[in-house]
Design a protein around this ligand. Structure first.
Ligand code: GTR
Length: 395
């Protein structure tokens, strides 16, 4: 049996040829976010927020990302370093150990936070779920990376924070249950078909950071932007859907299982992602390998789960594996939900050209170039935050 499964997987792997030609994208019909599962229409904002949104959230939990637990019995925050003269006096650095405790077991991961010393009131924060090496978020600033250009963010008056997703749940099919998941289940036991995967666990970690921000006077917890790139962008979207405390949710080049529409099957596909990264999603998601049309949801509904909060999807022009057009279309087709809840609908009907951005309550840009998170992307995110936060001053 095992051998047959392995042989089958190898065959799928060998036979996989991604679609990179728009003409080869099959016809598809997206599920309507504004229609209940029983076929009745979602008529107003209350219908969406109180009934259809929970229905859509439940569908994603059951079929795509798995069910994550609530907060642990207790969370403890320990400041392990504080430097009020970081970045040559421009910022205050805090490194915080976030310890989750459940049934006598413990799990800890570290948060790095810089706040601008020039701030006259608690500033909004950009929180990066870092899926790359920790050097990208070096708290000493000896290493500097465009992936997390902390000085550039501080300069614009925002606080900037990061944690390593792998510290919350290792990004490994063999070890992903050895992080925080072992507080809630026995990693030796078989995973429930709708049990959480690593992407959901990373978002759970972001929620613990939010718990910390709520205790921290130097930042405004009501104005936190959650940001992730690629697999981190899939996790930021799902984390922002699960935790409505995040005021802005940003997905950079998140692709399949993130912002890209699954039904387009362009670039990376459901079968391929489940095979390469079996630990990211719930086991049930594998039912949709090669059967995208049977999914009860598509990724525009994930984007719509942020409504009425500002949400941002960004693509890169050469990032075909992530399907830039599919990412654009998910943002676009979330528009009707935003409109229903009284927010500015998606501001354009056509996909922006490389280098262009379009900002409503849903933001989008197509950066020229390859799969990456760059200072140019950050500049767009801060422009967007300036706009949407100016509309809604914090209480
Ligand atoms: C790729 C994967 C993508 C994307 C990317 C990344 O190998 O196929 O879905 O998540 O990794 O995270 O950089």
């Amino acid at each position: 049996m095992l051998n047959t499964t392995a042989a089958l997987l190898a065959a799928i792997c060998l036979s996989f040829t991604p679609i990179y030609d728009e003409d080869e994208v099959p016809d598809y019909t997206l599920p309507d976010p504004l229609e209940f599962e029983d076929g009745s229409p979602v008529e107003d904002a209350d219908d969406w927020m109180e009934a259809r949104r929970p229905e859509v959230l439940a569908l994603f939990r059951e079929h795509v990302y798995g069910h994550r637990p609530g907060p642990p019995a207790s969370v403890v925050f320990e400041v392990i370093e504080e430097d009020p003269e970081a970045m040559e006096g421009d910022a205050t650095l805090k490194r915080v150990n976030i310890r989750s405790i459940e049934d006598g077991n413990e799990h800890a991961f570290e948060l790095i936070l810089f706040t601008p010393n020039a701030a006259t009131e608690p500033p909004p924060v950009f929180l990066l779920m870092n899926n790359r090496d920790p050097e990208n978020t070096d708290p000493t600033r000896e290493e500097r990376s465009g992936f997390w250009p902390a000085e550039q963010v501080i300069e614009r008056g925002y606080a900037v924070a990061a944690f390593q997703v792998g510290d919350v749940a290792p990004d490994s099919a063999d070890r992903f249950r050895e992080g925080v998941m072992r507080l809630f289940e026995d990693p030796e036991e078989e995973r429930a078909p709708d049990g959480w995967g690593a992407l959901a666990a990373w978002g759970w970690g972001a929620s613990r950071v939010m718990d910390y921000f709520e205790t921290e006077d130097s930042v405004d917890a009501a104005r936190v932007a959650l940001l992730g790139h690629s697999r981190g962008g899939k996790a930021s979207l799902w984390g922002g859907a699960e935790d409505e405390r995040f005021a802005i949710v940003i997905s950079n080049n998140s692709g399949c299982g993130g912002a890209a529409l699954s039904r387009r099957r362009y670039g990376e596909r459901v079968s391929r992602i489940n095979e390469s990264f079996p630990h990211w999603f719930c086991v049930n998601f594998r039912e949709y390998n090669g059967r995208e049309d049977e999914l009860p949801v598509d990724q525009h509904m994930l984007v719509a789960l942020m409504a009425p909060r500002p949400v941002y999807v960004a693509s890169a022009s050469e990032d075909n594996w992530a399907d830039p057009r599919g990412e654009f279309l998910a943002a676009y087709h979330a528009g009707p939900v935003y409109e229903l809840v009284g927010e500015t609908p998606f501001p354009v009907d056509e996909m922006p050209e490389p280098g262009e951005a379009a900002h409503g309550t849903i933001g989008y840009h197509l950066r020229e170039g390859a799969h990456n998170l760059t200072p140019e992307d950050w500049e767009h995110y801060m422009d967007f935050a300036d706009e949407v936060l100016a509309d809604e001053p914090s209480e």
